[in-house]
Structures are given as structure tokens and as C-alpha cells.
Design a protein around this ligand. Structure first.
Ligand code: NAP
Length: 528
């Protein structure tokens, strides 16, 4: 039976009216759920969050908000198995993909809960040391952070319905802002169920959680200068939100997490068969196929020294070929379908675009013309499947590869030649990495300090995060695709120009920094 998803507005579950969006199981294409936000008064929803949820959260100390986050994490974790099943059904996730999303949410909530405990019984954060402002030591200045008094509005992408909510909620709630969350409609079942779990547990102060399950409608029209929008999704939607009249008029704070052509580089020092080489292969193959490549941090561009290209294309193709694709309910299946019919159409179009200039090493793009490959546990033509696809670009500066994100299990090898123009011989490589226009994360696999230094110096300004793989960390790395709460997530340029998480940094996006000047001992007493 099709499940009707409702929104949670002004502390009540409500149905929208009119045409319903249909959510399907991407493996079977059967209808799974339906929802709409049409007819819901978004202005009233935001006002309730600001007027009821905001004061309640601001009244709590960091330690108390931390306890709330811990209770949220524990409650969601109790329903882990049910949520995994829903993620398989609505997202086409394998069990591993689903756990990555759900445990990512609870892990991040848990981490910020501990931070809340450390911040203790305070409501104000001090930023740096106080400064003496004149010749008299009596007059000092201190920067402080306090929560904004509006609503933290989350607009999330389809690929991480649990983690996308959890990572944003952890930081906003710890900061002291009420949450208004809008998951992507196509995969909203998991986010809707998480909201239901939290509401049923009566954990959250009134007004601190609002769920809008369906389209964004006129939500943005009601934003004020005290609200914050945390958006994850495509660059186009990010640009629409940033340029929305209300956002522009009120200078509403907007954080955008968008596309990224993440790079992985095999250092010229790495020998075939070494621990570092194996780590490179393992992490690239995992990153391209986990969640069927529908990860903002997935590796899209694989830079390989020219002399190693023949070996790497063979080894990487072998690793990717080992990934069983099919019904994600089956334990042996490691990659399920893409999440929606639209995703499949877009990714196929993207592969066609890359194929027009690149050589296909692996991928079922020609066989029967449907790109599904050999499927496990699927004996019909249903489901939005696409086999893992590996290509090789004709040159390092191939514009199609650097200019276009294919949001699926697709990566392209780009050959580079060590050059003589700097000590590490990587300047043309760095130029090529930069052609991605700004990214979330890129990685290098090397045990050579000069190569690592040149990579950090050259690629750093174009990225929010870099990872350096090597023999010493080969057994300890979660891979560049894992977004950890203590490290920032975001990136310049194409990646949206935003920044989330990063420990304490993540909560300050939901707070106002104010410089306060006055009599030193009085200021001390104000924040203790
Ligand atoms: P999308 O089409 O941009 O949708 C993202 C969210 O925006 C959805 O909740 C969508 O709602 C909403 N939305 C669409 N139009 C809107 C509008 N005019 N006003 C307000 N909200 C609007 O992106 P997607 O297809 O879900 O996700 C894929 C993209 O996200 C990829 O490009 C990927 O790179 C990027 N992504 C980035 C990150 C990151 O952290 N940087 C993470 C994940 C994904 P509906 O679903 O109701 O249309």
C-alpha cells in the first residue's frame, strides 16, 4: 500500500492538498509513498519555529542542547534496522549504503552531543581573547557568538536523507536554532520517518522541529534576516536560492553545498603493488560505486602518471568489475540502482557526453544499449540501473571531464606527466585539478613529502578538504568520501562556496558574532 507522508508543522502532523508527488522504489519502480506540501502555510510554519522553538532552545545551555542531541541520536539508532529497510526501498541503497547514511546521521549527532557537554553550562561562546582597546586596561573588547533568533531552514539533496538532516540538525540545535527541514521529495521516506521517530519520543522542545515533506513552494518568500538557509543540492538550485528576492532583500545567510568534480591523484613515486597503490585502488573503486556514485564527495577524476595508465586502468576496472550490481536487498549486492528515473536519464546523458571524447574502459554502455550490465537478483527490465563505468580521457586538459559532473558510478582517468617546472614535478597536474573549478575533497596517494607539499599548496585553495593517502595510513583511512564531523565539509567555486561541520566552526554558521566593548570585569561576568 502506498504510504502517505505528512509534514510536521506547528507541532502537528498535517497533510498537504492537491496533486501528490509519487515516490517509487528505484529497484522495482513500484509506488512506495506520496506526499505534497501544497496548501501548507509556510509563513506560519516558520513563525512558529522562530517564536516557540527558538526561545526554548536559546534558554538551554550548550550542555543541555548536547544532551538533546544525544537523546536524538539514541532514539534514531533504536530504529536503525527499520530505517535501513526504508533506505533500501526508497533510495535503492544497499545495506552498506543505508548504514553509511543512517550511522552518519547518528554519529554526527553523537559527536556534537559531546561537544555540547564540553562547552558546558553556557549560552554564549567567546571568540578569541579580549583585547585592550585604549591606553586604559579598564576598557576591553571581546567577540562573542549567540544564536540567531530565526529558523534554520534545511533544503537537502536526495542522496543522504538521514545524514543530510543529522549533520545540519546537530550544528543548528547545538547553536540554539530551531530546525525547519525539507528533504528532497523523491527519497523523503527516511527523513520523514526520522522526524516521526523524534516526534513520537517527545524529546524536542515545542517548535524546535518542523518537517516539510514535499516541494519548497513559497518557503523562501518568508525568510528574514535572522533565518539561515543550509542548502545541499545542485549548483542551479543553489543559485536560485541565493538570488531569491527575499534572500537578497534581507541578506539572509545561505550556505550552499553543491556539485564537485573530486579528484584522486596517484603520485608518481608510487609503485605497482605497494600498500599505497593498493590503498589508491581500494578507495577509488569504493568511492565510485558506493551509493551508486551518488555522493557529493565521490571521486570523478582519477589522475594517473602516464607511465602507469595501462596498469591502473586494468587494475581499477578489475576492482570495479568485482562490484556486484543488482537488487540491494541481497547481501552479496554491493551496488543498487540510481535513486530515480530522472537520475538515470541524467547520468546516461552524462556518460554519453564523456564517451564522445573519452575511451570507455569499463561499462555496459554499448551492450544492448541500456547500460544495465549483468544484474544480480533482477530478472526483469525494471529498476534504474547503470553499471559502473570507467573511462580514459585523451588528454590532461579534456574540457568535458573537468567541466561536467556525472552524478553516478562513473569516473574518468586522466593521464599526467611529471614535469620539470617545480621540485615535485606536478605543476601541470595542479593546473588540471584546478580546472574542476573548486571542489569538496580531493586526495593524493603518495609517500613523497615534496609531492604532498606541492599538492596541498596547489590544490588547497581550490578545496574544502584534502586527504593524503600513503603507506602509514593505508589501514586506517575511511576514504576521502567519508565526511567527518570534526572536519569541514564544503568547498569554493563549483562546490557552492559553503562550509558545514568542522567541529565548533559548524555551529557558528547559526550564530551572530558580535564585538562587545566595555568595562573588562563586567564583560567577564556577562559570559563567565
Ligand atoms: P536539486 O535538484 O538541486 O534538489 C536539492 C533540493 O532542493 C531538494 O530538496 C529540492 O526539492 C530542492 N529544490 C529544488 N528546487 C528548489 C527551489 N526552487 N527552491 C527551493 N528548493 C528547491 O539536487 P538533487 O538532485 O537532490 O541532488 C543532486 C545534486 O546535489 C548533485 O549535483 C550533487 O553534487 C549535489 N550534492 C551536493 C552535496 C554537498 O554536500 N556538496 C551533497 C549531496 C548532493 P524537491 O526534491 O522537492 O524538488
Amino acid at each position: 500500500m502506498t504510504q502517505r507522508l505528512r509534514s510536521y508543522v506547528r507541532d502537528n502532523w498535517v497533510d498537504g492538498e492537491g496533486d501528490l508527488a509519487q515516490l517509487v522504489n528505484p529497484t522495482t519502480e513500484e509506488a512506495l509513498a506520496e506526499t505534497t506540501t501544497a496548501g501548507i502555510d509556510f509563513g506560519a510554519a516558520l513563525a512558529h519555529a522562530r517564536d516557540v522553538g527558538g526561545p526554548a532552545l536559546r534558554d538551554m545551555t550548550f550542555a543541555e542542547r548536547g544532551k538533546l542531541l544525544q537523546a536524538m541520536a539514541s532514539e534514531i539508532h533504536k530504529f536503525r534496522e527499520e530505517l535501513v529497510d526504508l533506505a533500501i526501498a526508497n533510495g535503492g541503497n544497499t545495506r552498506g549504503d543505508a548504514k553509511f547514511d543512517i550511522d552518519g546521521a547518528t554519529g554526527t549527532l553523537h559527536w556534537y552531543a559531546s561537544l555540547g557537554e564540553k562547552l558546558g553550562n553556557r549560552r554564549i561562546l567567546v571568540d578569541g581573547d579580549s583585547e585592550q582597546l585604549t591606553r586604559s586596561p579598564k576598557l576591553v573588547g571581546q567577540h562573542i557568538y549567540q544564536p540567531l533568533t530565526g529558523a534554520a531552514v534545511f533544503i537537502n539533496a536526495f542522496n543522504f536523507p538521514a545524514w543530510g538532516f543529522g549533520e545540519k540538525a546537530a550544528t543548528a540545535i547545538l547553536a540554539g536554532m530551531p530546525v525547519v527541514t525539507k528533504p528532497a521529495t523523491s527519497t523523503a521516506v527516511v527523513a520523514w520517518r526520522i522526524a516521526e521517530i523524534l516526534v513520537d519520543a517527545c524529546l524536542m522542545p515545542k517548535g524546535s522541529l518542523t518537517l516539510l515533506c514535499g516541494g519548497a513552494g513559497d518557503l523562501l518568500d518568508h525568510l528574514t534576516s535572522q533565518d539561515v538557509v543550509a542548502f545541499t543540492g545542485s549548483s542551479d538550485t543553489g543559485a536560485t536560492i541565493r538570488s531569491h528576492a527575499s534572500v537578497v532583500r534581507h541578506n539572509t545567510r545561505v550556505n550552499v553545498e553543491a556539485d564537485s568534480l573530486n579528484a584522486a591523484v596517484l603520485g608518481a613515486d608510487v609503485e605497482h603493488g605497494s600498500d599505497t597503490y593498493e590503498m589508491f585502488l581500494r578507495e577509488v573503486a569504493k568511492d565510485v560505486t558506493q551509493k551508486a556514485g551518488q555522493k557529493c564527495t565521490a571521486i570523478r577524476r582519477v589522475f594517473v602518471p602516464e607511465a602507469m595508465v595501462a596498469q591502473v586502468r586494468e587494475d581499477l576496472a578489475d576492482r570495479m568489475r568485482e562490484v556486484k550490481v543488482g537488487d540491494p536487498n541481497l547481501a552479496e549486492v554491493r551496488m543498487g540502482p540510481l535513486a530515480t528515473a530522472r537520475q538515470l536519464k541524467d547520468v546516461r546523458a552524462g556518460v554519453d557526453r564523456l564517451r564522445s571524447v573519452c575511451e570507455v574502459v569499463l561499462g555496459d554502455v554499448d551492450i544492448a544499449g541500456n547500460g544495465r550490465g549483468m544484474l544480480t537478483g533482477v530478472d526483469n527490465d525494471k529498476g534504474f540501473f547503470l553499471s559502473p563505468t570507467l573511462l580514459v580521457a585523451p588528454s590532461l586538459d579534456c574540457a568535458e571531464v573537468h567541466g561536467f559532473e556525472v552524478f553516478g558510478p562513473v569516473a574518468t582517468i586522466l593521464p599526467y606527466s611529471p614535469d620539470a617546472s617545480n621540485v615535485a614535478g606536478v605543476s601541470s597536474l595542479i593546473d588540471a585539478i584546478r580546472l574542476g573549478g573548486g571542489g569538496l575533497v580531493s586526495s593524493i596517494y603518495t609517500d613523497d613529502i615534496e609531492i604532498a607539499r606541492a599538492f596541498v599548496t596547489g590544490a588547497g585553495p581550490y578545496h574544502g578538504r584534502l586527504t593524503i593517502g600513503g603507506a602509514k595510513v593505508a589501514e586506517h583511512s575511511p576514504g576521502p568520501g567519508a565526511v567527518l564531523p570534526m572536519m569541514i565539509h564544503g568547498g569554493p567555486g563549483r562546490a557552492g562556496g559553503g562550509e558545514e561541520l568542522g567541529g565548533l566552526r559548524g555551529i557558528t554558521h547559526f550564530m551572530q558574532r558580535t564585538a562587545v566593548q566595555g568595562y573588562g570585569p563586567l564583560l567577564e561576568k556577562l559570559w563567565g
